[in-house]
Design a protein around this ligand. Sequence first.
Ligand code: LLP
Length: 422
Amino acid sequence: MSQGFESTDNTLQADGVALARIAAVCGTPCYVYSSGQLDRNVERLKTALRRALPASNQPLIAFACKANSNLGVLNHLAGLGLGADVVSGGELVRAQAAGIDPARIVFSGVGKSDEDIEYAIRAHVAQINIESAPELERVVAIAQQLGITARVAFRLNPDVDAQTHAKITTGKEDNKFGLPAEVITPLYRQAAHTSFIDVQGLSVHIGSQLTTLAPFREAFSKIASFARQLAAEGLPLRSLDLGGGLGIVYDREQAPCLDGYAELIRELISPLGVKIILEPGRLLVGDAGLLLARVTYIKKTKTRQYMVLDAGMNDLVRPALYEAWHEIRPVVDSAAPPEMYDVVGPVCETGDTFARDRALPPLLAGDLLAIMNAGAYGFAMASRYNTRPLPAEVMTRNGHFRVIRHRENIRDILEEEAIPAW
Ligand code: LLP
């Protein structure tokens, strides 16, 4: 039985399930996640970490739920032993509902609300990553009011250029995230002596879709030397959270070598003898998901040939938002000579374009295609723009598939609204 997305008998399959079958039952657009590929991705990361680090100091892999927070996906990853990195009360509730122990959940984010903080403290999450002085004040006040100890860590802004897209760079001095070391030190000292606060250590996350290890080396070196400085001042240090950011191959970029990444942790972080936390998102789910869509029309103009899909930027916003490149594959292989298409959605914006000048075999209205590598930040960023119901989500395993999110219908959307009876 094939695992992941592979063509068999000229048609694209997910864990041995023909995508055409899924489309026939669930309709399109539809996200399809391969549990076989999820397994492989987690195993690949764990193998690299096992090779580099002693069994006694294997990191907690806290999956960044923002990349894909479907309950079915989270539950699958929980079954593989993963924890979670959450950035809202909603994600925390999801992670718990998926069966993830709060002791394996870290709470990140620059704008946590009072409700979110209270919920996280009551849930006894592993740590709340503090991103500002006023946030620490809130956490202290809420913990003391509840009489429950809050575990916290401080997010370092290491001023490192992640060399990725500007919109997903988070570790530069002028990004809104984290705090510089000189601001953390007095806060850390203060927190270490505050009742109902239990300081765990530091966290860092410099950006997403990193394709080289150099920025990780720089960030890990900085956090390690800062950790040493804190320890030398007698401040407690139990954990270092190294964030996420490992990139995947969408087009012709190189993916960072996982053994090299694990080796960096061994070299720079292991000697500190603290618990290590990682927050990978994209690496684990990116290539385990695709967006299955159907061609609605082929439209030819004087200068261009458009392939209009039934999926749009509301379903997958990455190309519109980050000029992201996604491979597009016809579900049925074709040997016909390719033609040039602009692959677009039905949404009323020119930005609703998945690809320009893409060479694809000639397709007709009704044909299926797959937008690949859509498992991370795909459905998670989907919206109902243009009153388009959210797409369905399906998971596959060993020749079977299950719907893990039903397609919305217009009625679902309208039910949430009201005409005021003044
Ligand atoms: N930890 C923190 C604190 C984060 O902010 C993020 C991602 C991660 C972990 C996971 O990063 P990853 O391993 O997935 O690179 N929507 C964008 C990506 C936004 C990333 C936001 N933060 C995209 O579609 O490319």
